[in-house]
Design a protein around this ligand. Structure first.
Ligand code: 6PG
Length: 247
């Protein structure tokens, strides 16, 4: 099990600065090593600040965007211009402000039929990573968040998609959202070289505390890169259950 490294931050601004700094270092290091940097972006609201920072002076020019390939860890089943679209969030906060080749942006087709869109994205991953059947892609970096229920990407507690090991991409129906989602499967998350959780807000504190408890099987607790680094970037308001008082 990968060690959970915790980076405790005062607030979302510090969390975004710390993760942006490490993102730009890792990007240059990966491109020097393999000629490219493959990233699966997270959705939700927490990473938006980071994405904006990566597109800002001081970071933008330090990232070799021509060699960066952006994928998504999950997507809502909506068109790319829909307010709930994870693609749209990244487009507005980052993609529209940087020079990155269009072919380096590998969007999940949320507007498609869920199972078909999942199969298409699986084929895209197999093509891009040059995978043999049954092999897993190895992302340089996967960004994740956590929901109040302990879900991550779009792998929700009690949903069979969480135990799916035969597919790289799943299309779970999430009853409480009354909608489908698209998501990378757990084996793909755990095959990454680096996985970073970005977590903020007191509403996440209970889920975070449980994830860090010994016996949790919450989806976010099951993210343990087999041969990779795991960092939890957490703001203090989300960390009372895991940080010693007065830290
Ligand atoms: C999504 C996400 C999801 C998200 C958490 C946290 O599409 O919603 O990928 O897993 O990371 O729900 O969301 P917030 O950052 O908005 O709290």
């Amino acid at each position: 099990m990968a060690e959970r490294n915790i980076v405790l931050c005062r607030d979302i601004a510090e969390l975004s600065r710390q993760s942006a700094e490490r993102f730009s270092q890792l990007a240059r290091h990966s491109v020097q090593g393999s000629g490219r940097f493959t990233v699966a972006l997270s959705g939700g609201s927490t990473p938006k600040h980071l994405y904006s920072l990566l597109a800002a002076p001081g970071y933008k020019e330090r990232i070799p965007w021509n060699n960066v390939h952006l994928f998504w860890g999950d997507e809502r089943c909506v068109p790319p211009d829909h307010p709930e679209s994870n693609f749209r969030m990244a487009q507005e906060a980052l993609l529209s402000k940087i020079e990155i080749p269009a072919e380096n942006i590998h969007r999940m087709r949320g507007e498609g039929q869920p199972q078909t869109a999942a199969a298409e994205y699986e084929q895209e991953l197999q093509r891009f990573f040059g995978l043999k059947s049954g092999a897993l892609p190895r992302f340089d970096l996967i960004l994740l968040g956590i929901g109040e229920d302990g879900h991550t990407a779009s792998l929700f507690p009690g949903n069979e998609a969480l135990n799916q090991t035969n597919h790289l991409v799943v299309a779970p129906f999430v009853a409480k959202l009354n909608s489908h989602r698209l998501s990378l499967s757990l084996p793909v998350l755990n095959n990454a070289a680096n996985v970073w959780f970005l977590v903020t807000g007191a509403s996440k504190a209970d889920a975070v505390k449980e994830v860090f408890s010994a016996s949790s099987d919450l989806p976010a607790a099951r993210v343990n890169p087999v041969n990779g680094n795991l960092i939890w970037y957490i703001t203090q308001d989300a960390a009372p259950g895991i940080i010693a008082p007065g830290k």
